[in-house]
Design a protein around this ligand. Structure first.
Ligand code: SF4
Ligand code: SF4
Ligand code: SF4
Length: 271
């Protein structure tokens, strides 16, 4: 987008940062990136409640970053308004991109069943909905995955918009970054159910670096570039069942339409 054509006065790109149902971790990450003060000089934050109580909802902006899933009727109303008032809309973080942990029950339990388990007969002051990613309701221009997204990716997205170009998605798996980080492979060496081979890179294999298997918070790797054949062999050899992989991927990706085809490819040799 760059400088706005024909603008008078303040020609900085206008940015909005909004939260639907979420833990606010993504916007906290955005608010605390090292260069936030420099960014704040370069763009005009028209709406970012974590930074300024003078924020408006919605504001007319060039780029809107939307955190959180649609989990209430109010979320849905706000999302439609945000879309109407934004030239570019970015889904910010796992909740917004794939529905996040609050949507794990998709296809297993509906909203009313969940409500009954958590609140019993109690009423709450809002109309809840089954949690869904924002792309189920509005057109999304770009996806910035992660729980929360990484600082360098946030900077990459903002820089791309400032230069008038667009951010390209990553199309390779966490394994690539894991090998670069010099980690031992905990899938091969210890038989841990690591989802790195089928998860989109970008986190520099953060969890594996702390000796914890990847649970796929960044969502399935796109473009069918996952190494399904070798993965199938390794998972089966290590006794990692289809059910376990499904269960783990559903923590963040229950809504992802690529999940079942991916499992078919791993366990049934599908194309
Ligand atoms: S993606 Fe993670 S950090 Fe961001 S709002 Fe959702 S739970 Fe919080
Ligand atoms: S399977 Fe996991 S531990 Fe092994 S290389 Fe891939 S990301 Fe790293
Ligand atoms: S290693 Fe996996 S679970 Fe951990 S941050 Fe990266 S994508 Fe998310």
């Amino acid at each position: 987008m760059g400088v706005i054509d024909g603008c008078d006065g303040d020609c900085r790109p206008r940015v909005g940062v909004y939260a639907l149902t979420s833990c606010y971790g993504c916007q906290l990450k955005l608010a605390t990136v090292n260069k936030i003060m420099e960014i704040a000089d370069t763009v005009s934050f028209e709406s970012f409640y974590m930074l300024s109580s003078a924020s408006k909802m919605p504001a007319d902006v060039d780029v809107a970053f939307v955190e959180g899933s649609v989990s209430t009727e109010k979320d849905l109303e706000e999302l439609f308004e945000i879309r109407k008032h934004s030239r570019i809309l970015v889904a910010l973080g796992a909740c917004s991109v794939n529905g996040g942990v609050q949507s794990w029950s998709e296809g297993e339990m509906n909203h009313d069943q969940l409500h009954a388990i958590v609140y019993g007969e109690e009423k709450i002051g809002m109309k809840g909905l089954q949690a869904t990613p924002i792309s189920k309701h509005v057109e999304v221009d770009y996806y910035l995955p992660g729980c929360p997204p990484e600082e360098d990716e946030i900077m990459y997205f903002i820089s791309a918009f400032l230069f008038g170009t667009f951010p390209e998605p990553k199309d390779y798996p966490v394994c690539a970054e894991c090998r670069l980080a010099g980690n031992p492979c905990i899938l091969i060496e210890r038989g841990e159910p690591c989802l790195g081979p089928v998860t989109t890179a970008g986190c520099k294999a953060r969890c594996i670096t702390f000796n914890v298997p990847c649970i796929g918070c960044r969502g399935p790797v796109p473009h069918n570039t996952a190494w399904f054949d070798s993965l199938a062999m390794t998972f089966k050899e290590k006794g990692i069942s289809e059910e376990l992989v499904r269960h783990r991927f559903r923590i963040f990706g229950a809504h992802n339409p690529d999940l079942e085809p991916m499992l078919d490819k791993i366990y049934k040799g599908g194309k």
